[in-house]
Design a protein around this ligand. Structure first.
Ligand code: SF4
Ligand code: SF4
Length: 422
């Protein structure tokens, strides 16, 4: 019997459930672009098997095709045999980082500067200063930086003056004028979402309050570690005491649910949720499944929805975002290939810039065809990737979080505006 190099026996058995039917190939974004078997899910599973059975001579060559995988999990959705591709990929990436190729310095630096609180605050201040002096626009227009960095700069939202979480726990009471009162929920603020997308958190809290929920935002929150897990980094050893993955802020809240509004964080937390945590639920999933109060007026703009992979494929949240957007928008237009990855995938747009650009190009072409004014999505990485791509492509469309769109629709009603102006 061959000893396994990477997988536990049950994982090795799961790998063997692939019957090589190829039904996953047409849904794989990297296979769509390169047309190469090695860049398909089936090809990558064969490579994983060969590495696991010590049948590999080219140590880094085998990993080129693993590195090109977005981890989008479209193959899991397509697979009739139920091959758990995502957990196998995570195991392979963690083996790769330990034994073959450590994460490159540039990627490690970006991870630390976006997820470690002190460094992220410094980076945010620098970026906000660049935005204030409009130097970000200049750098993009004059092409002063490599394209992947220009795209990130162009895709950045207008940075808020301060992050959403405060030094002490915040509590927001229900604010529906008819006195609707439902459960208490806790909001997961995250890292990048907390510093760069505070407006999305503010919109999330308002729509929750309007729907009758009490929202608590505990102090002392930390990055969930989704980006680290995606890159194959062990958060305990890789985070250098920065408490990545520490969810203890939520253990005593007594909340009915831990509400997450970032698809990547939600998928990771559902997968890795620790004992004592409230049930992890995506914000849109929670609102729709528990009976969303429909807005009185609908937004008139043409809106389309791009499904984040970690919502659609990883969490299987398919119907709820569209149900919410149908309630909030007069003109909701279906986006062809909405469930196909935009090429963001954590650090992918920086580590695999050419493939990421080609994958994004397909998305931008679909958006141009549909010609919506607003693109709805629900993940910070997707929002920045698509917004940056649109700007560099000269398309004047706004990318907005689904909950910002709901908040904007509620705001068309005078009572909502008055309640939250008080
Ligand atoms: S996770 Fe996405 S990119 Fe990777 S093999 Fe599956 S479909 Fe292809
Ligand atoms: S992963 Fe699933 S869909 Fe893809 S070839 Fe294997 S069995 Fe078929």
């Amino acid at each position: 019997m061959t000893a396994h190099l990477m997988f536990q026996p049950d994982q090795a058995r799961q790998l063997q459930t692939c019957i090589h039917c190829g039904l996953c190939l047409p849904s794989c974004p990297t296979y769509m672009v390169t047309g190469r078997e090695a860049d398909s899910p089936r090809g990558r599973l064969v490579l994983m098997n060969s590495i696991d059975r010590h049948e590999w001579s080219d140590r880094s060559g085998h990993f080129v095709h693993i590195d090109r995988c977005l981890g989008c999990l479209a193959c899991e959705t397509a697979c009739p045999s139920g091959v758990p591709y995502g957990s196998l990929l995570e195991q392979v990436r963690s083996f790769q980082r330990r034994e073959v190729t450590p994460l490159k310095l540039g990627s490690r630096t970006i991870l630390r500067w976006t997820t470690a609180p002190v460094l992220r605050r410094r980076l945010t201040r620098l970026l906000a200063w660049l935005q204030k002096l409009r130097l970000d626009r200049l750098a993009v227009r004059l092409r002063l930086l490599p394209r992947p960095l220009r795209m990130q700069l162009a895709g950045l939202p207008k940075l808020p003056a301060k992050s959403f979480t405060a030094a002490a726990e915040q509590r927001f009471e229900p604010r529906h004028p008819e006195g609707i009162h439902r459960e208490t929920v806790a909001l997961f603020a995250g890292c990048v979402m907390d510093s760069w997308f505070a407006n999305v958190h503010a919109a999330t809290v308002r729509v929750m309050q309007w729907n009758g929920y009490t929202v608590i935002v505990p102090a002392g929150q930390h990055c969930c570690g989704a980006l680290h897990a995606h890159a194959g980094i062990d958060t305990a050893t890789g985070a250098k005491g920065e408490r990545v993955g520490d969810m203890s802020a939520f253990s005593q809240t007594g909340a009915a649910a831990l509400i997450v509004n970032s698809a990547g964080c939600g998928a990771h937390l559902k997968h890795a949720a620790a004992d004592g945590l409230p049930q992890v639920v995506d914000a849109v999933e929670w609102l729709v499944d528990n009976g969303l109060l429909p807005p009185v007026h609908k937004l008139p703009e043409k809106v389309t929805y791009d499904a984040p992979c970690h919502l659609f494929h990883a969490q299987k949240i398919v119907q709820q975002p569209e149900a919410l957007l149908r309630a909030a928008c007069e003109n909701l237009i279906p986006l062809p290939e909405s469930e196909v990855c935009c090429g963001s995938a954590g650090l992918y747009s920086l580590t695999e810039p050419d493939l990421s650009r080609q994958i994004l190009g397909r998305k931008l072409a679909m958006l141009e065809k549909v010609d919506a004014e607003i693109v709805a999505t629900a993940n910070p990485g997707c929002q920045m990737q698509i917004q940056g791509g649109l700007k560099l492509d000269g398309q004047r469309r706004q990318v907005r979080h689904t909950l910002e769109i709901l908040d904007a629709a509620y705001s068309l009603d005078e009572t909502y505006r008055r309640v939250f102006a008080e």
